[in-house]
Every structure is written in C-alpha cells, then in structure tokens.
Design a protein around this ligand. Structure first.
Ligand SMILES: [Zn+2]
Length: 304
C-alpha cells in the first residue's frame, strides 16, 4: 500500500514554486468543467483588455469571431482548451445581403492557460479580478472571463481550418508511434518527454511521475532505453495521466477550475516535489536534479 504523499503544509509551500504549470490532466479537468457549464450558450459580446501579450490573434478578429457565436462544445488538445463555435448567419449583427442565412460557419476559440491563466464562469456582478484580459458576455446572463497575472497564457481564434496543436496526443498515441518518437534521441529522456513537438501536454510533474513508475532515470539518454523499458514508459505515461485526470489534476497549483473552485485536485505525487523524502517503494531519499532548467525528481535506487 502506498501512503498518501503530500501533507497540507507541504502543499502550501509548493504553491509558490513557479515551475508548476497546468499540464494535460489539469487542462482536461478545466475543459470538462467548462463543457458542462457553457456548452449551448451564446457569446453576446466581448471585452478585451489592452495588454497585447495574451492575444495571439488580432483583438478585432477575436471579438468578431466570438460575438454572436454559439458554443457547440469544449475539449482539450494537448494543453490547449478548444472552444468550438458555431456561427449562424442569421445571428450576425450585420449580415451581408447575399450571405446564406442558413449556412453555419464554424470557428474555434483556443485558450492556452500558460502558467497562471484561469477561465472563470461568473455572474456579471462578480468582482473583476486584476489581470482580467477578456470577458465574454453570455446569453445566459453569465460571463466567461480569462484572468492571467503572469501573462504567459494565450487566446486566439481559428477560422476556416482546424486547430492543430502539433505533437502526438499522449492518451491516443499507439505504442509503436510512441517508441518512434523517442528512440535514438541523444537527449535525456526527461527533456524528450517535455518536448511538446513530440508529445503534447506532458509537463514536468507527470514526466517525473511516469519515469518513476517506469524505473527510468530522468537524465538517461533516450537512445539507451530498451524496447521493454519504452513499453513500460508508454504504459506509465498513460496510467499517470489517466489517474491524474480521474483525480481532477494535481493539488499543487493555485489555478482554479471554471467554477472558481480550487478544491478538487487530488493527484498524489510519488516523487515530484518530494526531494529528501523517502521513496514510497524503497525508502531511499528522493533526489532532485535540474535538467534543461527544470527540477527533476527521482529515486536513485528504483530508477536506472
Ligand atoms: Zn525507491
């Protein structure tokens, strides 16, 4: 039986670690929460802040695309939240005379939370948080707000094509493709796992957790990993992500879900953030090393 790892006081300490960003399970949790709350609603109007960094598409294009669009679904791609929009020609403010009123245009509103981004569904009279960069007024009377103090988050719209985040989706990729992504690379396996062009959505926490379960040291060169170890790593990556999604993501961050509720992230880390604490399998103190500027945690005895 593996004991529960983080105690409340440790959790509090880790909150200030800037290393921690929302990863795939947290984004999945947020996207599912949003889907439940805003699917079917219509964006009536949009306010965008004056800070340029969060807007990856021109402000005018974002506003034009969002306004009078119906949210048909919300899902996750890698670490991006994809809000599918349906624009009924007849709902547009200034319909062109010759436009077919029945043609439904499709577009996508893409949100990347960066390090500190939040998407909040609020009542219109809720206090406007400092660092609010976008507010979408919904036909239901609520507002969908994008708040991001550190401004690494990004908003953009995609029209006329489908958004493609790049990299393979870790929960969909098959074993052979997974092995092909990493085999023969001279970089540490940890860096390769974090490379979003290979696998999208796996970040620091879940890379450490997956490597621990697979028994592979983070600094190990990908090219030295055997096929059997890759098979184990493949299963570990999927297992860790699925467990974390089930738990609602990690308990170590200060972002909240779309209810504005910070409480539901319960995933238990076995090595991440446990430097000096005993390994949950062999009691050897967990080690921390820095690889490509990021903290990596591993058990020197269980991982080779
Ligand atoms: Zn150990």
């Amino acid at each position: 039986m593996i004991p529960r790892a983080p105690r409340p006081e440790q959790r509090k300490l880790r909150r200030v670690t800037l290393d921690i960003v929302p990863e795939l399970p947290e984004v999945e949790t947020i996207a599912r929460g949003l889907a439940q709350r805003v699917t079917g609603d219509v964006i009536e109007s949009v306010w965008l802040g004056s800070k340029p960094e969060p807007l990856k598409s021109p402000a005018r294009l974002i506003a034009e695309t969002l306004e009078n669009s119906r949210i048909s679904s919300v899902h996750r791609q890698g670490k991006h939240i994809v809000i599918e929009l349906e624009r009924d020609g007849s709902r547009r403010r200034k319909p062109r005379l010759k436009a077919k009123a029945t043609t439904k245009d499709r577009a996508q509103w893409i949100v990347h939370l960066g390090m500190t981004g939040q998407l909040l569904v609020t009542s219109p009279d809720a206090d406007l948080a400092k660092h609010t960069h976008a507010v979408a007024k919904l036909a239901s009377g609520r507002e969908l707000r994008f708040v991001d103090p550190r401004r690494f988050g990004r908003l953009c719209v995609v029209t006329g094509e489908q958004f493609e985040a790049g990299g393979a989706e870790p929960l969909d990729v098959d074993l052979e493709t997974f092995i092909r992504l990493f085999r023969g690379r001279k970089t540490p396996i940890k860096s390769a796992l974090l490379n979003q062009k290979l696998l999208r959505g796996v970040g620091n926490i879940y890379a450490d957790e997956a490597l621990f379960r697979a028994g592979i040291r983070p600094r190990r060169r990908a090219s030295t990993i055997t096929r059997a170890q890759f098979e184990k790593l493949y299963r570990s990556v999927q297992q860790v992500l699925k467990e974390a999604i089930e738990a609602g993501g990690s308990s170590v961050n200060d972002y909240v879900d779309s209810n504005g509720d910070p409480g539901s992230f319960q995933f238990q880390h076995r090595v991440y953030g446990r430097e000096g604490e005993p390994c949950l399998v062999c009691r050897t103190p967990v080690k921390r090393v820095v690889i490509a500027g990021r903290s990596s945690h591993y058990c020197p005895k269980c991982q080779k």
